[in-house]
Design a protein around this ligand. Sequence first.
Ligand code: KMH
Ligand code: ZN
Length: 320
Amino acid sequence: MTIVAAAMTMRENDKVILSCAVTGAIHVPTMSPHLPVTPDEIATAAIEAAEAGASIVHVHVRDPETGEPVTDLGLFREVATRIREESDVVIQPTTGGAPTMATSERISVVPELEPEMASCNMGSINFGLYPALDAYDEFEHDWEREYLEGTRALIFQNTFADLETVLPTFRACGTMPELECYDVGHLYNAKHFFDRGLLEAPLHFQFVLGIHGGIGADEENLAHMIRVAETLFGDDHSFSVIGAGKKEFALGTQAVNVGGHVRVGLEDNLYLRKGELAERNADLVEKMADLAFETAGREPATPAETREFFGLKGASAVDF
Ligand code: KMH
Ligand code: ZN
């Protein structure tokens, strides 16, 4: 299938930047015994993912006892410090947190850690996790059912006003925003802020396909997002793709074949293949690295190459 007709002008990189999102806030512990929960489990998963080829690790934290997503800055620092003891991987904290958290709470990790990079969500959406309830009769922890059920009536809020506060915070901290776009309109939101000077090149997008409330995880949808980004941003941008759920590897392969980058990890997908839970985040990274090489001859970028490509301030400029 020809998925992008015109020649691409986006920023080129022969290597593929693999990100690994090791735990997130979408899945609950009942869904997989392999979901990292404690700071030690999260850090170990991140270190192993880096060893398998990820040059960025995307980090959320959870209550170590219950696995509930939290924004505890002490836990973020603990995880980051522990990763840094053993790896030079780019540590990318979330500012998406969980759809249940306030925007002001979610952004607080940026001024606290002043990381090289953090996720930045480019628009509001419904963020429905409740369909997963059908697959489970019982839950390990009391909070899980209510958490999933609550998303039926919840908006993941990232308004224009929110972004008018969030984007200057990134800039003040020297933190590069990775722009999470859950639908095509979010690219136009990014264009709006780019034109106003609140975002500056180079821009790096994470196209998130497959969230219930955002664009579906289909090849045609990804091709469309790539085309729109190309039209709006040309050589000012690069992109990576999350295929949430079972399309993780199909959409990842589509992305690498046209010069894009890929995120995998238990935040987005619990399965290594149909019916087989992934035991380690590193196994997902390894599988994607193999696919990228087999289908496009692209090797994983090292953390140093990723820092250079994005112009990140570097690990030595970060205090953890
Ligand atoms: N949870 C994903 C769908 C964030 O943490 O800021 C996207 C994400 C956003 O990782
Ligand atoms: Zn996340």
